[in-house]
Write a protein that binds this ligand. Sequence first.
Ligand code: T3D
Length: 263
Amino acid sequence: MKLNTILLDIAEGVATVTLNRPERLNAFTGEMHAELRQALAMIAADASVRALLITGAGRGFSAGQDLSERMMSPAAAKVDVGDSLDKNYNPLLKRLRALPMPVVCAVNGVAAGAGCNLALACDIVIAARSASFLQAFARIGLIPDAGGTYTLPRLIGTARAMAAAMLAEQISAERAEQWGLIWKCVDDDKLSDEARALTRRLATQATKALGLMKRAIYASAANTFERQLDLERDLQREAANSEDFREGVTAFKEKRPATFTGR
Ligand code: T3D
């Protein structure tokens, strides 16, 4: 598959997608969205892939929508931004959430606009200490999209979410970790190794259970306690039907490390 705006690597159970327009801080174009769709379809269809890592090339993670595709001149045809969300961003976010495997995001530099919200929609976010998170939308007269108005208040509460959205100030990786916006930040020179090691480790775990965990935890935001208990029962039944559950219990009894296959 020939790709111009992203890199895709699949090895040792891990798929790595690198946003690759470093000269534009990996801003999203229509072409990048099309390539991400192709890559995610390939990852979902490849039974050998048990975890996904997303990162960016160069000094930024992603500056969000490429604004050169949105140049407004009186002569230019008006862009329907709602169509762009319907066609590009919303399916991307839904596909990532629906992937039945852990998705790790390694934020290597600034993550702005939809780039920030793509990162925050991943299951585990690890960032370089010099990275930052910016809800840039208010600076250009937009509202947070790509799931931002959903994820932000759930991750950091309404007070911080509102100020992050309205003030559009850069949030450092250290503050993001303190607030619980991300899992953790690490020294810049450790990011790549730590993110790869973490994703490889996830790829050796009981993939089916991790995929079900993801479904349960994301569903909890819209569920009552009672409905969540019912969902846990249903998903636990599925987890317990896996070969990995049998292996986990057998390994425990035999006092040896479990070897999970993801089945
Ligand atoms: O339209 C729809 O489809 C709806 C969806 C919208 C989703 C969105 O994401 S809207 C939000 C779009 N993003 C932004 O508003 C962020 C714009 N960028 C920035 O504010 C800054 O670049 C950063 C704070 C992210 C980083 O600042 P800095 O000083 O580190 O870098 P820089 O010098 O501003 O950028 C480096 C280059 O990348 C520069 O190009 P140049 O001058 O070297 O030729 C800059 O123009 C370019 N660049 C940065 N962001 C974008 C971009 N080019 C196109 N689109 C960008 N978003």
